[in-house]
Design a binder for this molecule. Sequence first.
Ligand code: 13P
Ligand code: SF4
Length: 302
Amino acid sequence: MEKIQEKIRQLAKEKGYTILAHNYQMQEIQEIADYLGDSLQLARLATKLDTEKILFLGVDFMAETIKMLNPEKKVIVPVKAATCPMANSLEPEMIIEAKKKYNAPFVIYVNSTIKSKMYADVACTSANAVEIVKKLNSDIVLFGPDKNLAAYVARKTGKKVISVPGETGYCYVHNYIKIDDILKLKQKYPDAKVISHPEVSEEIQKISDYIGSTSQMEKIPGEVEDKTFIIVTEKDMVNKLKNKYKEKEFIPLYTAICNNMKKNTLKNVLKALENEEFEIEIDKEIADKAVLPIKKMFELME
Ligand code: 13P
Ligand code: SF4
């Protein structure tokens, strides 16, 4: 471990912080985390921790979800500006209008703002979107903001899934991955299996061997004999896979970079612990309403 990493670990221990980090964090950040996971795992885990303070390393909607589920805990992040552009593409008015027009439940992807969550019926992550939509007592569901995840859910459930806002709802990191890049990698590694995140375009979904959230991606190499995998998601996901399966080979897409996830650096993580900021603060009335779809999601998963 580098000196600064040791300093961070020491300070976190002294001040009573648990460090939670998302799978897309840089390798050096992954190394200092107490827990590394996908958005569902991290949200769940945060409700079971016995520490009163959490340092979260990911993007804002994830930290906010953790705070809403743990209003009594202190949740800090190193940079306030680490956001998710896709989350910001869905506005509350779009949800209100769609619900009026179709009279159907609105399933909100956890990659969304607090204000939008206030108007949705149930939340989901990429790990449980199919399961949640299957469990709803309706053949038509409204789903936003990710159109690619919506298309995946529609295929898997056979239900009519109307994506809101529609064409403009996507993650730029995944949506712009070029199918030709994957086909070239498949040619270069003919025995490789393609594992993709459901935020990729439908054409890439269709040539993938497996599709899943980052935690589901992590399980697949342990369940199959194959030795080589093309990992179609944010490039730093392979760090965790390489660490876990030393005898297997993982090919990342070096072009898939989430700039917001990379705003957390060892330097600003250290500063966050020294100053115990920036704290996530959410107005109680707003949080009480926005947390309901997340709680409903957990209820449906029981
Ligand atoms: P996961 O929940 O699969 O980790 O995905 C979060 C995300 O932001 C994907 O782009
Ligand atoms: Fe948002 Fe995409 Fe980054 Fe995930 S990878 S946080 S969806 S911009």
